[in-house]
Design a protein around this ligand. Structure first.
Ligand SMILES: NC(=O)c1ccc[n+]([C@@H]2O[C@H](COP(=O)([O-])OP(=O)(O)OC[C@H]3O[C@@H](n4cnc5c(N)ncnc54)[C@H](O)[C@@H]3O)[C@@H](O)[C@H]2O)c1
Length: 353
């Protein structure tokens, strides 16, 4: 039986990857220390998801309580397990939160990733390493692309970007937020361990990764938090850009499917922009409308004229490199279906409380 190590296993992407690979007969070791609750308070608590995995996956899943900043702990664990593949999703994931906790942010995102890479190099250098990076590595440079204002959203005016932003987009000389900078460090380090040491590896530069198992909070988890506010009648603050800012959203299951394709036929030091593409993109206003259709409740919101620092006005991932390298992979879950699942998931979680 193949063994997969998943860091951040109680989070949105980590938990989806655990379920996906267990369903394909892998033995899954999930590493998480519920750090999300430290970053975001009780609303970010992921223990419910850890327990869900333990119940649902039974013997095929083992939870390891470890902090990826614990270098010796990480080195010892990977030496003991020698996993057949590693999916690294543990992170301080918020753009806005990072400025208040710069040491925690960098130690987790940059140094934690280095700890894992070096452990893999020493103990299982042939095992594919999949790293969840972010489109924030491009900083706010996407905001320099010429835009056109449509009725409910911004869109690219420059035809070069009609298909979205590709991996050749520059990553430096722009404002990243401390989070974006710590993720750049990790992203480049993953590529380096690939190129320099030959470790099969990729960085997945995520747009909005979403799905029913996110513990969405105001500072992270756009659609999950928006839907939670909708269901609870809680005030949702729209920050700047007339609420027409565009994100492309990909369901966590489609992320897990891509990771499976990569691990089955790994390459070295690859970089992919991973999002929902144009078809699964929406502005905040458009997301409100879809959430309202599913919940039957009007969204309560307030418009704040100031945008979040460095926030993208319009970001759509160009998925052509993913499709070219892994033609059997395709987006399989629509935005409408994803939002419907998030609505039902929050309703079920409320019912459990
Ligand atoms: N969700 C998105 O929209 C999005 C977008 C772009 C990139 N990403 C990236 O994808 C990855 C996964 O994101 P997510 O949305 O699943 O995040 P998440 O917060 O839901 O999950 C991350 C998990 O990692 C754990 N964790 C954090 N620090 C840890 C540490 N020091 N040691 C051990 N565990 C730790 C947390 O407790 C949490 O369960 C992250 O690298 C994130 O930057 C996410």
């Amino acid at each position: 039986m193949n063994t997969l190590l998943v860091t951040g296993s109680s989070g949105l992407i980590g938990s989806e990857v655990c379920v996906h690979f267990a369903g394909r007969g892998w033995s899954v070791i999930g590493l998480d220390n519920n750090q999300r609750a430290s970053f975001f308070g009780p609303q970010g608590d992921t223990r419910w998801n850890q327990q869900r995995l333990q119940v649902q996956l039974g013997d095929q899943f083992q939870h390891v309580e470890l902090d990826i900043r614990d270098r010796n702990g990480v080195l010892a664990l990977i030496d003991q397990l020698r996993p057949d593949a590693i999916v690294h999703t543990a992170a301080q994931p918020s753009h806005d939160r990072a400025a208040a906790i710069p040491f925690d942010d960098f130690d987790t995102n940059a140094v934690g990733t280095l700890n894992l890479l070096e452990a893999v190099r020493r103990s299982c250098a042939e095992s594919p390493f999949v790293h969840l990076s972010t489109n924030k590595v491009y900083g706010d440079r996407p905001n320099n692309i010429a835009l056109q204002e449509l009725e409910t959203r911004w869109d690219y005016a420059d035809p070069v970007y009609a298909g979205g932003i590709s991996e050749s987009f520059p990553i430096d000389q722009s404002k990243h937020s401390l989070f974006g900078a710590s993720k750049v460090a990790a992203d480049v380090m993953v590529q380096e361990y690939g190129r320099y040491f030959g470790i099969p590896s990729c960085c997945l530069r995520g747009g909005c990764l979403t799905g029913p198992n996110h513990s969405g909070v105001e500072l992270h988890g756009f659609l999950s938090y928006l839907v939670k506010c909708n269901l609870e009648g809680r005030l949702y603050k729209v920050f700047g850009y007339k609420g027409k800012q565009v994100r492309d959203n990909i369901h966590s299951r489609d992320v897990a499917r891509f990771i499976e394709a990569f691990i089955a036929a790994p390459r070295v030091a690859e970089v992919y922009n991973l999002g929902g593409g144009r078809e699964n993109s929406c502005s905040i206003w458009e997301a409100f409308k879809i959430a309202e259709q599913h919940s039957g409740k009007a969204q309560v919101f307030e418009y704040v004229d100031e945008n979040r620092i460095g926030d993208h006005i319009c970001y759509i991932s160009d998925l052509s490199k993913m499709r070219e390298h892994y033609p059997e992979w395709e987006i399989s879950i629509s935005l409408n279906e994803t939002i419907g699942q998030i609505v039902r998931s929050w309703q079920n979680r409320e019912a459990l409380v």
